[in-house]
Design a protein around this ligand. Structure first.
Ligand code: IMP
Ligand code: MG
Length: 433
């Protein structure tokens, strides 16, 4: 098994790299192991563009099995919608989509609880900027041992279990209303409930199984499986900038637990970055561009607007200090660098270190708000010269020297830069090392 994870704050373009790896004929399946419909990836196949949130990225490759692991929190309305959208595009995935019976079921009230808690935080000035997909509340329920599992929908006591949980959630919502003034919109809740009920009916028609068993069977048959990470290392609940993180472990260590396989199966860890950095939602972002006008140019050229929420993403320079931290935690041994065609200034910066009150930090800090300044190095930019290039020999000398610079900065780590993205299409890339 190999793994693809983001090494920044998500939105590194993993979907495209996953699609590329799957098209090599090496893998029989792709498996999501964490997160939920907070993720958003745009996949292109010829004239077809598909924006997915919960269905794994290999959905446009007809021979690839699609797995949703036990570590995933399943937004059933999104799932059914995507399955239907794919059918309309000519990709019926129902016979090759397998969902773990141990995956967790996001309830129709979880997104409301997410909004309610963000409302509470907004009064404290500590908004996480959640995607409002109910991710925090469902993972809280999982840890508190009251969540519904996907397998529950097939059992006779599902209605009863659901009723108990919904009552609990409604009590919580009432608490948010009474204590914090959060407005409960009963009409919206009713609508959400109806959509959810309908989606559950459709979910029953899909393949719900003991996915860990299936994956182990496939591996023993000699098949290779690609694990697909969502979000990125800097959003990991344990090692990201807590609490400005998502509610799951995004690091490859979670592949084993989120799918039910032993670590002995893990081989290559592909880490994905962009040639610059983006972040969406709340929290600190040390390498953010100081020039607001330039940031806007990157947003526009890089189409840096969330695939899930449409929010503009903050743009920053490549942060090598954070990247080295992410590589050490993830064990990434191969790196994809995306969006190398987007470079909008003559000179670009790279963050090589963090400072706290004038002192250079040796270790990654507990909280990113402890970073008072960053150490940067300046490098020549390349404008829009490299769009769509797919031959290493044809890239501009400035881009070549940027890539060599990154390679040198990471030379003490066991990583290889394997491929560079130069545009949104499938063939917009070139092989590097
Ligand atoms: P949540 O996962 O929706 O609770 O959001 C928590 C934080 O993670 C917020 O700052 C989100 O903007 C961020 N986030 C969650 N999923 C993604 C993603 O797929 N890409 C980028 N940021 C994300
Ligand atoms: Mg995304």
């Amino acid at each position: 098994m190999d793994v693809v994870v983001g090494l920044q704050w998500g939105d590194e373009g993993k979907g495209k790299n996953i699609d590329g790896l799957l098209s090599n004929g090496v893998y029989s399946a792709v498996a999501r192991f964490q997160g939920g419909a907070n993720a958003g990836h745009t996949i292109k196949m010829g004239k077809v563009t598909f924006i997915g949130h919960i269905v794994p990225s290999g959905c446009l490759q007809k021979k690839i099995e699609l797995y949703i692991g036990n570590g995933v929190v399943v937004d059933v309305v999104s799932l059914i919608k995507e399955v239907e959208q794919l059918k309309d595009l000519g990709y019926d995935v129902t016979s090759r989509l397998y969902i773990s019976n141990r995956a967790k079921l996001v309830s129709y009230l979880h997104p409301f609880l997410d909004q309610a808690d963000e409302y509470r935080r907004s009064k404290l000035g500590t908004k996480v900027g959640s995607t409002s997909r109910g991710i925090g509340p469902i993972y809280s329920d999982v840890r508190a041992r009251r969540a519904l599992l996907i397998g529950d929908i097939l059992s006779l006591d599902f209605e009863q279990k659901e009723k108990i949980l919904s009552e609990f959630h409604l009590n919580l919502l009432n608490m948010y209303q009474e204590k914090y003034g959060f407005e409960i919109d009963l009409k919206k809740i009713k609508e959400a409930r109806e959509k959810w009920d309908n989606a559950i009916k459709e979910l029953k028609k899909l393949q719900i199984c003991n996915l860990s068993f299936l994956i182990q069977k496939r591996l023993k048959e000699g098949k290779n499986i690609l694990a697909e990470g969502a979000q990125g290392a800097m959003l990991d609940i344990d090692f990201g900038d807590y609490p400005n993180v998502t509610s799951s472990n995004t690091l490859p260590a979670n592949v084993c637990l989120g799918l039910g396989v032993s670590h002995t199966y893990l081989r290559d860890i592909y880490g994905v970055i962009k040639a610059y950095t983006t972040k969406v939602g709340g929290g600190n972002f040390p390498s953010r561009m100081k020039d607001g006008a330039l940031e806007k140019l990157f947003q526009k050229a890089g189409n840096e607007f969330g695939a899930t929420t449409g929010r503009p993403r903050m743009c920053g320079w490549l942060d090598l200090f954070a990247l080295r931290y992410a590589i050490s935690l993830s064990g990434a041994n191969k790196i994809f660098i995306n969006k190398a065609d987007i470079c909008l200034s003559d000179k670009i910066k790279v963050v090589t270190g963090y400072k706290q009150n004038g002192k250079i930090l040796k270790e990654f800090p507990l909280y990113l708000n402890q970073v008072t300044d960053v150490v940067t190095e300046e490098i020549l930019g390349w404008g829009n010269k490299n769009y769509g290039v797919h031959d290493k020999k044809k890239i501009s000398k400035e881009l070549a020297s940027y890539l060599n610079y990154i390679k040198n900065k990471l030379s003490d780590l066991n990583v290889k830069i394997v491929s560079i993205g130069t545009g949104p299409d499938r063939d917009h890339f070139f092989k590097w090392d």
